[in-house]
Design a binder for this molecule. Sequence first.
Ligand SMILES: Cc1cc2nc3c(=O)[nH]c(=O)nc-3n(C[C@H](O)[C@H](O)[C@H](O)COP(=O)(O)OP(=O)(O)OC[C@H]3O[C@@H](n4cnc5c(N)ncnc54)[C@H](O)[C@@H]3O)c2cc1C
Length: 303
Amino acid sequence: MSLLAREPGISEQVAGLGAEWLPEERLSRHTSLAVGGPADIIRVHDVHRLAELGGYLRRRGVPWRILGGGSNLLVVDEGLPDVLLHLARGEAMAFAGNHVEVPAAANLGTAVLECAKRNLGGMEGLIGVPGTVGGALRMNAGAYGTEIGDVVRALTLFHGATGLTETVKSESVRFEYRHSSFSPDDVMLSVTLELPNSPYAVILERIKQYNQKRRASQPIHERSAGCIFKNPSGHSTGKMIDELGLKGTRLGGAVVSERHANFIVNRYQATATDILKLMDLIRERILKAYGLELEEEVIVWKG
Ligand SMILES: Cc1cc2nc3c(=O)[nH]c(=O)nc-3n(C[C@H](O)[C@H](O)[C@H](O)COP(=O)(O)OP(=O)(O)OC[C@H]3O[C@@H](n4cnc5c(N)ncnc54)[C@H](O)[C@@H]3O)c2cc1C
């Protein structure tokens, strides 16, 4: 429970700031791994009033984080004392020649397809990456040789620390492997992408191929957060886990996927603790066998 939960008339106050108060939401319902205890969520319907909402939270000393589609998050079973801001989908994508402005709350796959319909390619590799455009920007999501950072030209951000909203050029942002240089309290509001022209039929064919590849190599019908660990430079984490014979290893309800060794799946009503323990086991085995320290790709949210 957050500090705000004790505030009298909190629903009305939050509604007055263009948002919606969702107390004690079980985060297992908001994350693709389907684990995580309760937290209070504020769904932001009017992003133009985020500065007011941010000020309201700051004055009360309430810590917050930003929740996207929950497809790269591992939230602990105890839940979180922080409020989670969640941008509601609202505004449409705006197209102008080879540029498109996409709201951060948009679904990434939908954005790829909407661009394809206008003969704009360059993002086909991202088609099967679940979640929002905002989450993809934060993570610099990538697949099959494409990273979202490659096609970003400008971004509009709300800086939690200053309460200011500003539009920045892509040159002032560092997009790295599953990492971007934004500060933790930067909230992505929208992004302008520049995409090359490509015929719709050609884009669709590529999308079909990437979907097939993904289906063949990933447990897409099970609950997961994608790759759990990053690949150390020059190494494939999945290959190393596989070589150690860890595929199928089960701890509580969590299992190392047989289809892709760098995926942990929640197959038998796992808890976050089960998944964290399985991650520790993998980390220890890799360190012992290869002398490499694995870095998490999944973002772990603890209280
Ligand atoms: C089956 C499966 C396959 C996957 N395959 C891939 C893959 O091929 N490549 C890949 O890169 N990832 C992959 N992922 C991981 C995940 O889909 C990506 O990291 C995705 O971009 C996360 O987006 P999200 O909206 O779900 O973010 P969340 O999981 O909700 O959040 C992730 C981070 O982004 C931050 N964030 C979210 N929205 C905003 C915002 N508007 N402003 C600022 N910060 C924000 C959160 O605070 C958090 O730090 C896969 C996941 C699954 C389940």
